[in-house]
Write a protein of this length. Structure first.
Length: 464
């Protein structure tokens, strides 16, 4: 494979000093920087993080991290070298300056280079100047109870529920209140022999609304008092299945719940009746190819939308109600397929004036109105600006209208109040690799927060 050389010059005022060192060699690429910073080694030191992005995807620079991180000591030379950069892709370089806090990192400044190609044997200089630096709009969530410690765990998911934020690192559930003023964090151990995969809005064994932990052994509801429901779990009759996500919907009039779930290679749900206990719930557990995502409607129709490697479809909760009543309906009669111009990987729903389905695909985000009839959705249309990006996650808030779309290298945020689509590179202050997103809306103030979990903790930013 032909290689090329990248040389980066960084001129960041006092934080980083300008310098560029050429490294020869036709079959290798290199990045070398001369760095200096304020402060001494230890708490509040600053570090440089360097990413390489190839064709809208992060080019891996290590086994555990997407970036290289180097301490910027007081006026000492630090050299960073990246080797074997292949010719072919179009590249960008990202730079962020992070500060070592008590128990984690905060992004101080960040910058993104223009796109550039490489040719065999070439030497390309990428120069950041002080005017290229941006302040991060994302604020880490800090626990202010007792010692000042950061929630810097390797988090797997985050969810908002009736004024409280819930996050998990697998071993614990974190209940977070007043996250944007004086955060208070309570940690709750996962049930014995359970690993929490995600957190979602669901129901408990009494069919009441409840936050739930989706675990390697099923769905367990959280009581809100520092403890999980005692056995049996909500999914007792489903068996010891590793549930990746679950969601609850309702039927109009009776408001009877319909609970849906997805695992790695199956999907299904149950329509429990009021007198039943979890051990009596009758579940559908349908084998499938890989199941990417699940979304449940807010329109009291009892519908769920699934995205799988074998295609996307809407599933009618009526099937689950018939199953519970003792009937044996045909699953395929209750599945309605829908498509986008590219394979669907993630889903979102918004209902400001109806129900809009958002479809994250291998080539951007598509929107379509849900409709009655055999077509299920109207003709999908692309969200301009997302073309060419593989969209892995979607998080929405219906009123006011906000949406976040996560690609392999960028987070897009649709601000419905301003009518604009913002685009942030993943060096802009996110907590490592993003694992979950949720919106938190307060009707009194009109503030809407985007909260993001990652393998380095939890951050938020405000929209209003």
């Amino acid at each position: 494979m032909k290689k090329a050389i990248i040389c980066i010059a960084v001129a960041l005022s006092v934080v980083l000093l300008a310098s560029c060192y050429w490294v020869s060699g036709f079959n290798s690429g290199s990045v070398r920087l001369d760095l200096s910073a304020l402060g001494s080694k230890g708490l509040y030191d600053r570090y440089a993080r360097i990413w390489l992005v190839a064709d809208k995807k992060i080019y891996p620079l290590g086994q555990d991290k997407d970036y290289i991180q180097k301490l910027i000591p007081g006026y000492e030379e630090v050299t960073v070298t990246l080797e074997d950069i292949p010719v072919g892709p179009t590249y960008r370089v990202w730079l962020s300056v992070v500060t070592q806090e008590v128990d984690g990192f905060s992004t101080y400044k960040w910058a993104e280079s223009v796109a550039f190609p490489l040719s065999a044997g070439s030497e390309v200089a990428v120069i950041f100047d002080v005017g290229d630096l941006n302040s991060s709009p994302f604020t880490p969530i800090i626990d202010t109870d007792g010692e000042l410690t950061r929630l810097d765990k390797g988090l797997k998911d985050v969810e908002s529920y009736f004024g409280t934020i819930y996050a998990t690192d697998g071993a614990k559930l974190y209940e977070i209140t007043s996250f944007n003023t004086s955060p208070y964090i309570v940690s709750i151990d996962a049930p014995a022999n359970h690993v929490i995969n995600s957190v979602s809005k669901g129901i408990n064994g009494s069919l009441l609304d409840s936050p739930v932990a989706n675990t390697n052994r099923g769905i367990v509801s959280y009581n809100g008092d520092g403890s999980f429901d005692p056995p049996p779990p909500v999914s007792d009759s489903l068996g010891s299945l590793s549930v990746l996500n679950s969601a609850v919907g309702y039927y109009p009039g009776s408001f009877d719940p319909v609970l849906f779930f997805r695992s790695a290679y199956s999907w299904g749900g149950t329509a429990p009746y009021v007198e039943a206990s979890p051990g009596d719930f009758i579940w559908l557990n349908q084998s499938s190819g890989k199941v990417f995502d699940l979304q449940v409607t807010n329109d009291l129709s009892g519908y769920a939308y699934f995205a799988t490697e074998n295609g996307a479809f809407r599933f009618q909760g009526e099937y689950l109600a018939k199953l519970t009543s003792g009937e044996t309906p045909n699953v395929d009669d209750y599945k309605d397929a829908f498509r986008a111009p590219a394979r669907i990987l993630s889903l979102g729903l918004m209902n400001p004036e109806g129900e809009m389905l958002l479809m994250g695909t291998e080539n951007g985000v598509y929107e379509a109105w849900t409709i009655w009839g055999p077509e299920i959705i109207s003709t999908p249309y692309i969200v301009d600006g997302t073309q060419g990006y593989r969209i892995r996650k979607i998080a929405t808030n219906s009123s006011p209208a906000f949406a976040a779309y996560l690609s392999d290298a960028y987070l897009f945020v649709w601000d419905g109040n301003q009518g604009i689509l913002e685009k942030y590179p993943l060096c802009a202050g996110f907590p490592g690799r993003i694992t979950g997103m949720t919106w938190y809306y307060t009707a009194v103030s009109g503030d809407c927060f985007l909260i993001i979990a990652g393998d380095e903790g939890l951050v938020y930013t405000l929209y209003n």
